[in-house]
Design a protein around this ligand. Structure first.
Ligand code: SAH
Ligand code: SF4
Ligand code: F3S
Length: 466
């Protein structure tokens, strides 16, 4: 195996699972001499880590591939193009047919096979396509040595989904729910904290469905509950010294159990922020979506979490124009939004996906109606964000500085509620968690002034995050 230095450019689409996977791909390719570069024209290997969630996301990939093909032609063909992620899983060989410049297609469970595929350099379709579901192997093959780039790191604890919402491709692209073992996760977390990470974001398609055998029982000792859930895992991580902030995303209402809710009261480092997608505020639509919960179940959970942690903020995802959605159903969504009061949210027009049950449902909603509902919902959501942000003016919040801001000497960080905060004169504090007084707010971000500078930043993080 050669180790001549070679440029690697990874472009990541889609969700936090893909962000995590891109980092791990970079890690497994490092021993082969690949180092990350900041533009595709400097790379010998270009990886598109793709998303299949909506039609637009998939189309973006093919248009990007067209541009990359031109780069490859200009370089006399001396560039390897790999398509990874959910489009790779869903479309497989079809990608090579549509864009012959693509050399490799590798699904989300097969990244550990990338070095082997590259080394082979074979032109046969079988050798260039890897879309098996081998999730245990995937995590087993990723070493715990991660190349940390900043103070905040994603840690994947769970993959796949068994919920089968009728609109969604994830159960098909990522396969069945799989939880990594608690001891694996704790080891990876320890390695990250040892490298200066002070915020961990536990990620999974349904992160709160995570469960695993207690590490104490695996090792044969202690009086422990046999099975850990996410709340228990968070309590353990909450004891890690140096780990100042914990988050988890994305959760499903059905898996929001009392153990996790109470962790919000008990674990100081657990951020008071919950991304809990509801999708719709109509029981009829929730049923047609196969969400497995009603509007009142959702409101009940929000209420319970708020009682456990009164300063909790909430975010959600919404889909408008699901087949059969009437004006009254949509009004239900608006009234749910008003009732909960979200700090931020995402809203999407329903996009029919091949192979999903909803794509065969009657009652298609006209594009112009979808547009109108989306813009009404977005304006409600952004009003709420503005109100939420304005309410933090005058308060003091802990801000974790992760990168340089636009202005000279400015740093950008995140509040416990995931609000971006710009602070002048804080550049040297990147990598640190500091108390900041919020002095101004817009609908999308805050401006603050430093109150204390007791947590110094880290020079290497400042370099990496320009
Ligand atoms: N696992 C997470 C998120 C999955 S995908 C969850 O269950 O909440 C992220 C978001 O994309 C979803 O919450 C949903 O709002 C949106 N989405 C998924 N499929 C979609 C589709 N076919 N059309 C439009 N939006 C979709
Ligand atoms: Fe998709 Fe539903 Fe699973 Fe979320 S819970 S990934 S929306 S099927
Ligand atoms: Fe997209 Fe796959 Fe994530 S479809 S949202 S990248 S799980």
């Amino acid at each position: 195996m050669t180790t001549t230095p070679k440029g690697l450019f990874i472009k990541t689409y889609g969700c936090q699972m893909n962000v995590y996977d891109s980092e791990r791909m970079s890690d497994v390719l490092k021993p082969l001499g690949y180092f990350e570069v900041d533009s595709p024209d400097k790379a010998q290997l270009i990886v598109l880590n793709t998303c299949h969630i909506r039609e637009k996301a998939t189309e973006k990939v093919f248009s990007e591939l067209g541009q990359i093909r031109r780069l490859k032609d200009e370089a006399g063909g001396d560039v390897t193009i790999a398509v990874a992620g959910c489009v790779a899983q869903a479309e497989g060989e079809e990608i090579i047919r549509r864009q012959p410049a693509v050399d490799l297609v590798v699904g989300p469970q097969s990244y550990h096979r990338l070095p082997e595929m590259l080394a082979k350099g074979s032109r046969s379709i079988e050798d260039r396509l890897e879309t098996d579901f081998a999730v245990t192997e995937k995590f087993g093959a990723f070493s715990n040595l991660r190349n940390v780039k900043g103070p905040s790191a994603f840690l994947s604890v769970q993959e796949g989904c068994d919920k089968f919402c009728t609109f969604c491709v994830v159960p098909y692209t990522r396969g069945a729910e799989y939880s990594r073992s608690a001891s694996d996760i704790l080891n990876e977390a320890e390695g990250l904290v040892g490298q200066g990470v002070c915020e961990l974001v536990l990620v999974g398609q349904n992160v709160n469905a995570w469960h695993g055998a207690s590490p104490a029982l695996v090792e044969g000792g202690g009086r422990e509950q046999a099975e850990w859930d996410l709340g228990r895992l968070i309590r353990r991580l909450g004891q890690f010294e140096g780990l100042k902030r914990l988050r988890y995303t994305t959760s499903h209402p059905r898996d929001m159990n009392d153990s996790l809710i109470m962790a919000h009261r008990e674990v100081d480092s657990l951020a008071p922020f919950l991304h809990l997608p509801v999708q719709s505020g109509s029981d009829l639509i929730l049923k047609a979506m196969n969400r497995g919960h009603s509007v009142s179940d959702y409101l009940h959970i929000v209420d319970k979490v708020r009682r456990a942690r009164p300063d909790m903020s909430f975010a959600s995802d919404f889909i408008v124009g699901f087949p059969g959605e009437t004006d009254a159903d949509f009004e239900g969504t608006l009234s749910l939004v008003r009732e909960v009061g979200f700090s931020q949210s995402y809203a999407f027009k329903y996009s029919p996906r091949p192979g999903t049950p909803a794509s065969d449902m009657n009652g298609e909603v006209e594009e112009s109606v979808k547009e109108e509902r989306l813009s009404r919902l977005l304006s409600e959501i952004s009003n709420q964000s503005r109100v939420f942000n304005l309410n933090t003016v005058g308060s003091k919040l802990q801000v974790l500085f992760t990168r340089k801001g636009k202005g000279e000497g400015q740093a950008l960080g995140y509040s416990p509620h995931m609000q971006p905060v710009h602070v002048d004169g804080a550049e040297a504090l990147i990598g640190g968690l500091c108390e900041v007084k919020i002095v101004a707010a817009t609908g999308t971000s805050l401006t603050g002034q430093l109150v204390d500078k007791t947590n110094p930043g880290r020079a290497d993080f400042i370099e990496a995050r320009t």
